[in-house]
Design a protein around this ligand. Structure first.
Ligand code: SIN
Length: 533
C-alpha cells in the first residue's frame, strides 16, 4: 500500500500520473538534474510558482570552480574546508571541487556565458577564497544560468514542467522506507494530483523565509525539507544558517543582496561614525568569512545605535558597469552607488543543513534523492564558501542521474500496488480558531530573527522553541491551502533549527552562541541530525 503523512485534502477522484523522474524544484539543481535525467527517461519538474521564481535567478556573485590554470581543485578544497570550520565531509568536498570544473563547462555548453577578459574567463574573488576563482556574468550570474537551463529544458521533449504545482507530501510504502512519488497541489486549479515516480528528487532550495530579513524569495519555505522529514529522512546540520552581511537595508522581508564580489573588488564597510571597522574583527578585513562580517556589523550597529552600516563602492573602477544589476537596484532605492555609500545590514541567506544525503544524493529512503540547498551533502560543513552553492547543485544533481541505469532498472512500479486508500497519518490538526497562516508567518519570522539569528543563547532559543510550538498548535487552515502548507512546513523546520541550535553548545561557522562563544573541537566535532520517528 502507498501511504503519505499527508497534510492536505485528498479527493476520491484525485488524478494519478506516472513518470520515471519526479523533480521537485526548478532552481539550478532541479533543472540541471532534469536535463541529465531526460537522457534516461521521462521527467516531470514541479515548481511552486513559475520558472522565474527561484533563488538561482537571484544569485549574483557567481559560481566557484578551479578552472584557471593557476588554480587547482586541491586549493579550492582547502578553502572550502577552512570556511566549513571543521565540519565538512572531506570526501564530499573532494567530489565537489574535482567534478565541478567539468560540470561548469557543461553549463557553458548549454549557453551560460561568463565574463571574459582578453579572451580568457574573468574571475572574481569572494570572501574566504584564497584566489580569484569565481566565474560570473557581471552581477547577475544566477539569472544567466537560469535562462540557459530553462531554454534547454523547455525545448526537451522528455521534460514536462508543471508551474504552480506545490509538493504536499511524499508517498511511501507502509513503513515509509520507499518513496513512490508525491502528492501535489495546483494553486491554479485548487486540485491535488498524485505523481508516481521511480525516482523522486527534492531540489526545493532552502529555508530563508523562516527569517524576518532574508535575501531569499517568498518560495524559500523549506517545503522539501519538511516533506522529507515527515517521511522519515534525516535533517542534518540545521543549526547552521548563513547570514549574508551586506543586504540593502530596508524593512521588507525579502531584501536585495549586495554581492560579496563587491567587497572582493574593493568595497569597504564603514559604521555610521565614518570608521572603517573590519580591522577590529579580522585580518581579512571585508573579506573575512560571512559569519564574522555579519557579527561585526551587528556589533557596530549596537554600539553606534544604528540599524545599518555603509558599504562604500565609490573607489571601485566603473562600479556601475561591473555591477549593473546592483547599480540599477540601488538607484531604484534612490542611491547612486558611484556617488554615495549604500546602507546595508545582514540577512538570512543560505541553509547549510538539509536532507542528509551521501555523495550520490541518496537519502536512505529508497527512491528518494535530494540535491542543491535542500540537501545536506556535507560540503558546506558549518559555513558555506561563497559561490559554492550553484556548483553543489550541478555536481550532486548530475551524480544522482549517474546512477539512473540502476535506479530505473530496480524500481519498477507495479500499478496494481497503488491503492487509492491513502493512510492519512495527520501530523498537523488545524484548530478551527487560532492564528491565521499569514499572522503566524510574521510572528515566526520575528521570533527566528530575534532569537535564532546571527547571535543565539539558551534563554532566547528556549523562548523561540515555545513560541514556535504555540504557533504550530494554534495554526488554522486560513483561506489559502498553499500558505497553510508553507506555514506547516516552515514551523516544522523551525523546530528542528531551534532544537539543533540548543543542542550545539559551542560557536562554529554559521552558529554563534553568546553563552558558548568558543569553538569546542573536543566535544563538538560532530553533526546534529534529526529523524521524525
Ligand atoms: C554573493 O554574491 O555574495 C552571494 C554568492 C553566494 O552566496 O555564494
Amino acid at each position: 500500500m502507498i501511504t503519505t503523512r499527508y497534510i492536505g485534502e485528498l479527493e476520491p477522484d484525485t488524478p494519478l500520473f506516472f513518470t520515471d523522474f519526479l523533480i521537485v524544484g526548478s532552481g539550478i539543481a532541479g533543472l540541471f538534474t532534469a536535463l541529465k535525467a531526460s537522457e534516461h527517461g521521462r521527467v516531470v519538474v514541479l515548481t511552486k510558482k513559475t520558472l522565474k521564481d527561484s533563488n538561482t535567478g537571484l544569485a549574483q556573485g557567481g559560481i566557484a570552480a578551479a578552472v584557471h590554470e593557476a588554480d587547482s581543485p586541491f586549493l579550492h578544497l582547502e578553502d572550502t574546508l577552512e570556511a566549513g570550520a571543521g565540519l565538512c565531509d572531506i570526501a564530499a568536498v573532494d567530489v565537489l571541487v574535482s567534478e565541478g570544473p567539468a560540470r561548469v563547462r557543461e553549463l557553458m555548453e548549454i549557453g551560460a556565458s561568463f565574463d571574459m577578459k582578453d579572451g580568457n574567463i574573468s574571475f572574481t574573488r569572494e570572501g574566504a577564497h584564497g584566489r580569484a576563482r569565481v566565474l560570473h556574468s557581471a552581477d547577475a550570474t544566477g539569472e544567466v544560468i537560469r535562462v540557459a537551463l530553462v531554454n534547454k529544458c523547455i525545448g526537451n521533449s522528455n521534460i514536462e514542467i508543471k508551474e504552480h504545482h506545490c509538493l504536499v507530501d511524499l508517498l511511501g510504502n507502509d513503513d515509509l522506507r520507499t518513496c513512490h512519488g508525491a502528492l501535489v497541489y495546483s494553486s491554479i486549479t485548487g486540485r491535488s494530483s498524485v505523481y508516481i515516480a521511480r525516482c523522486t528528487i527534492i531540489a526545493t532550495g532552502g529555508a530563508g523565509q523562516l527569517y524576518q530579513n532574508t535575501t531569499n524569495p517568498d518560495i524559500a519555505t523549506a517545503d522539501g525539507m519538511a516533506a522529507a522529514f515527515r517521511m522519515g529522512a534525516e535533517l542534518a546540520d540545521m543549526e547552521f544558517i548563513q547570514f549574508h552581511p551586506t543586504v540593502l537595508f530596508g524593512y521588507e522581508t525579502q531584501r536585495f543582496l549586495i554581492s560579496e564580489s563587491v567587497r572582493g573588488e574593493g568595497g569597504k564597510l564603514y559604521n555610521n561614525r565614518g570608521e572603517r571597522f573590519m580591522g577590529k574583527y579580522s585580518s581579512m578585513l571585508e573579506l573575512a568569512p560571512r559569519d564574522v562580517v555579519s557579527r561585526a556589523i551587528l556589533n557596530e550597529c549596537n554600539t553606534t545605535g544604528s540599524e545599518f552600516v555603509y558599504l562604500d563602492m565609490r573607489d571601485i573602477p566603473a562600479a556601475s558597469t561591473r555591477f549593473p544589476n546592483i547599480y540599477r537596484n540601488c538607484l531604484l532605492h534612490g542611491i547612486d552607488l558611484e556617488k554615495e555609500m549604500v546602507p546595508v545590514s545582514p540577512g538570512a541567506h543560505y541553509t547549510m543543513g538539509g536532507i542528509k544525503t551521501n555523495t550520490r544524493g541518496e537519502t536512505g529512503i529508497t527512491g528518494l534523492y535530494a540535491c542543491g540547498e535542500a540537501a545536506c551533502t556535507g560540503v558546506h560543513g558549518a559555513n558555506r564558501l561563497a559561490s559554492n552553492s550553484l556548483l553543489e547543485g550541478i555536481v550532486f544533481g548530475a551524480r544522482i542521474v549517474d546512477n539512473a541505469g540502476e535506479i530505473l532498472y530496480h524500481r519498477h512500479i507495479n500499478k496494481d500496488e497503488i491503492h487509492r486508500n491513502f493512510d492519512h497519518n495527520w501530523l498537523h490538526h488545524p484548530p478551527l480558531e487560532g492564528v491565521s497562516p499569514a499572522d503566524a508567518k510574521g510572528e515566526m519570522q520575528a521570533t527566528m530573527w530575534n532569537e535564532v539569528g546571527i547571535i543565539r543563547e539558551q534563554t532566547g532559543l528556549k523562548k523561540a522553541g515555545a513560541k514556535i510550538e504555540q504557533l504550530y498548535r494554534s495554526l488554522t487552515r486560513g483561506d489559502d491551502p498553499l500558505t497553510y502548507m508553507e506555514m506547516v512546513n516552515m514551523l516544522t523546520v523551525a523546530r528542528v533549527v531551534i532544537q539543533a541550535a540548543l543542542w550545539r553548545r559551542e560557536s562554529r561557522g554559521g552558529h554563534f552562541r553568546s553563552d558558548y562563544p568558543q569553538r569546542d573541537d573536543l566535544n563538538w566535532m560532530k553533526h546534529v541530525s534529526f529523524v521524525n520517528l
